[in-house]
Design a protein around this ligand. Structure first.
Ligand SMILES: CCCCC/C=C\CCC/C=C/CC(=O)SCCNC(=O)CCNC(=O)[C@H](O)C(C)(C)COP(=O)(O)OP(=O)(O)OC[C@H]1O[C@@H](n2cnc3c(N)ncnc32)[C@H](O)[C@@H]1OP(=O)(O)O
Length: 280
């Protein structure tokens, strides 16, 4: 409690204000001087995206809009893992009602993040496989700390990246590079990701990443907000519409693929291999 008060006091002095008071799995703060919001994922141990975390991310994105944020930095409180992607336990031997809600919330969160009116920057301060990579790809600018990995590795798990995951990558690195990366399930090192254009900047640490992210958002200070946001909407509309118009089909396809016995078997082996690795 004392620590909380001390932290709040320190944040107030530096002009950082806490939003999302009820959130537990994310923190949302805003810098009152710049109007830039920071959304930090904080679901230990690896920010895997379960229904509850997705719900909090989605609410925080709306709150940043309602608060007229000038920009948003997406990052993790865990220096080591940005996000481990979708929580595999949501997809393994799933409860049907819950897994439907989970996928629908994932769709909603992606649509919101992909279309925010404000500029978005991912400060990728750790590994970022699969759904973690999707979050980063949905931002407008990606800054990554050295010595980590990022990519859409679904095929390695025996599952398939849905078309909107694929489109998010194609829009950033193009068809040829995406085809190679996705079919192999390749995880790029920070250096490789920079070379292929998957990320825009390499930094030494999160603090440097945050400074660079603020500088990126500051570039838009003199660009009229609505002109910018409408341009972004039109640039991204085709990609988003392809999901918006087919959400039910996408959900059904996901349920069909993920409940296949061979997909369940692959997920089961994968969970076990992660557990074995963790206990070594
Ligand atoms: C139109 C429709 C098309 C069809 C759709 C069909 C199919 C569905 C497509 C679904 C798409 C899925 C995308 C995904 O995001 S799948 C998830 C992919 N994620 C991964 O492969 C990452 C796995 N994790 C790791 O590689 C590592 O954990 C790490 C992120 C590099 C971090 O390493 P480290 O810090 O060393 O941590 P540990 O490995 O020791 O893990 C700690 C702890 O966390 C558990 N865990 C890790 N990742 C996940 C996860 N994604 N979900 C749930 N749990 C995870 C791990 O098991 C350890 O647990 P214990 O402490 O209990 O042992």
């Amino acid at each position: 409690m004392a620590l909380l008060c001390f932290q709040s006091l320190r944040m107030l002095r530096s002009g950082i204000r806490c939003m999302s008071q009820n959130a537990q799995l994310v923190s949302l703060t805003v810098n009152d001087k710049t109007g830039v919001a920071t959304l930090s994922l904080q679901r230990p141990p690896v920010n895997s995206l379960n229904l509850e975390l997705l719900t909090e991310i989605s609410s925080a994105l709306t709150e940043a809009t309602d608060n007229n944020s000038r920009g948003l930095i997406l990052t993790s409180t865990n220096d080591g893992v940005f996000s481990a992607g979708l929580d595999i336990l949501e997809m393994y031997k799933p409860n049907l009602d819950r897994v439907k809600e989970f996928w629908t919330k994932l769709q909603e969160t992606w649509i919101k993040l992909y279309q925010t009116a404000y500029p978005t920057v991912a400060v990728i301060n750790g590994h970022s496989p699969a759904g973690g990579c999707l979050l980063a790809l949905s931002c407008e600018h990606r800054i990554m700390v050295k010595n980590f990995t990022i990519g859409l590795n679904e095929t390695r798990l025996g599952i398939v990246a849905p078309p909107w995951f694929i489109a998010s990558m194609v829009n950033v690195i193009g068809q040829r590079q995406s085809e190679r990366a996705l079919t192999l399930g390749h995880m790029f090192t920070t250096e490789e990701a920079k070379n292929v254009g998957l990320i825009d900047e390499i930094v030494q640490n999160k603090a440097e990443g945050t400074t660079q992210a603020e500088a990126f958002i500051q570039k838009f200070a003199k660009i009229p907000f609505q002109a910018r946001s409408l341009t972004k909407t039109w640039l991204r509309n085709k990609t988003v519409e392809s999901l918006v118009k087919n959400r039910e089909d996408d959900l059904n396809m996901f349920l069909q693929v993920v409940t296949q016995p061979n997909a369940q078997e692959s997920l089961g082996h994968y969970i076990q291999s992660l557990k074995n690795k963790a206990t070594k």
